[in-house]
Design a protein around this ligand. Structure first.
Ligand SMILES: C[S@@+](CC[C@H](N)C(=O)[O-])C[C@H]1O[C@@H](n2cnc3c(N)ncnc32)[C@H](O)[C@@H]1O
Length: 244
C-alpha cells in the first residue's frame, strides 16, 4: 500500500487529528498526556543532566505536554523560568504536573494554540520536544519562523527528537519509531541534515546536533545578533532550497 494511502487510513486514529480538533475531550487529553509523560520524563531528566542550559534564563516550551522538560530543567537550574505553551485541554494537566513538583512560581502554563495565537514574549530560548515529528516540513518551518520572530537577537532554539541517520534506514529504533509516527501523525522522524537545513532556512545560525539521552538528540541553533546577517542568511538558505 502506498505510504499516503496508509497514512490516510491510519489518520482515522491519528494523534494530529486530536491536536486539530476544535475541542479535545478531557479523557483523551488525560490519556495522551499520561502516556507522553511516561515516555518523555526519563529523557527530560537525562537531557538536563547532559546538556548545558546555563545560559538560558526564560524558556518557552512549545507543545510542552505534561511539562516534563520544563520541570526537569527547573529542578536542575534553580534560576531558570519556563512557560509551557499548550492546547487548553492539555494545559490544565501541565499545570497539575507543575503543582506536583511545587514549581508553580517558576513555571507558567499558557493555554493556547501554537499556530494561531500570539506567543508570550520575553523568552531567550524556545524549546520543542517531540513536536516537529507530528507535522509536515512546511508546518515545522512555520513553527521555526515563529520561534525566530519570538526570540531576541542571540536567542536559542532547541529541537529535541529521535533522529534518523541521513540514509534514513536506521538506526533500528529511530526507523521503527518513525514508522509509528508516519502512521499516526502528519509527520515522521527527521534526519539531522533535514533539521539543520530547515532551521537555517528560518534564519538560524550555529546549528549543532548532539546525541543526548537514550535514542534522543538535541538540535541547537541561535538567532543571529544582527538583523542584516539574519536576513542575508534566510535569503541564501531559501535560494539554496529552491535550487535543490
Ligand atoms: C507528541 S506531544 C509532545 C509533548 C512534550 N513536548 C513531550 O516531549 O513529552 C505533542 C504536543 O504538542 C501539543 N500540540 C499539538 N498541537 C498544538 C497546538 N496547536 N498548540 C499547542 N500545542 C499543541 C499537543 O497537545 C502535545 O502535547
Amino acid at each position: 500500500m502506498p505510504s499516503e494511502a496508509k497514512r490516510s487510513k491510519a489518520s482515522e486514529k491519528s494523534l494530529t487529528r486530536w491536536w486539530k480538533a476544535p475541542k479535545l475531550d478531557r479523557a483523551t487529553a488525560k490519556l495522551v498526556t499520561e502516556h507522553m509523560h511516561a515516555y518523555s520524563f526519563p529523557a527530560a531528566m537525562g537531557l538536563v543532566r547532559w546538556a548545558d542550559f546555563r545560559a538560558v534564563r526564560r524558556l518557552l516550551d512549545v507543545g510542552g505536554g505534561s511539562g516534563c522538560f520544563s520541570i526537569a530543567l527547573a529542578l536542575r537550574y534553580p534560576k531558570v523560568h519556563c512557560t509551557i505553551l499548550e492546547l487548553p485541554a492539555i494545559s490544565r494537566l501541565s499545570a497539575r504536573y507543575v503543582d506536583q513538583y511545587e514549581l508553580e512560581h517558576r513555571i507558567d502554563t499558557r493555554p493556547m494554540n501554537m499556530f494561531k495565537d500570539a506567543w508570550p514574549e520575553g523568552h531567550d530560548a524556545v524549546f520543542f520536544s517531540n513536536v516537529f515529528h507530528d507535522w509536515d516540513r512546511a508546518t515545522c518551518a512555520f513553527l521555526g519562523r515563529r520561534s525566530f520572530d519570538a526570540l531576541p537577537a542571540g536567542g536559542r532554539l532547541y529541537v529535541h527528537e529521535i533522529l534518523l541517520a541521513d540514509s534514513k534506514d536506521g538506526p533500528l529504533a529511530a526507523a521503527s519509531f518513525s514508522m509509528n509516527i508516519l502512521l499516526t501523525t502528519d509527520g515522521q522522524q527527521f534526519t539531522s541534515e533535514e533539521l539543520e537545513d530547515l532551521l537555517q532556512e528560518c534564519g538560524f545560525v550555529d546549528v549543532s546536533v548532539a546525541h543526548s539521552y537514550g535514542y534522543f538528540s538535541l538540535v541547537s541553533a541561535r538567532k543571529p545578533f544582527t538583523a542584516r546577517s539574519s536576513r542575508l542568511r534566510r535569503r541564501r538558505a531559501t535560494r539554496q532550497q529552491a535550487a535543490v
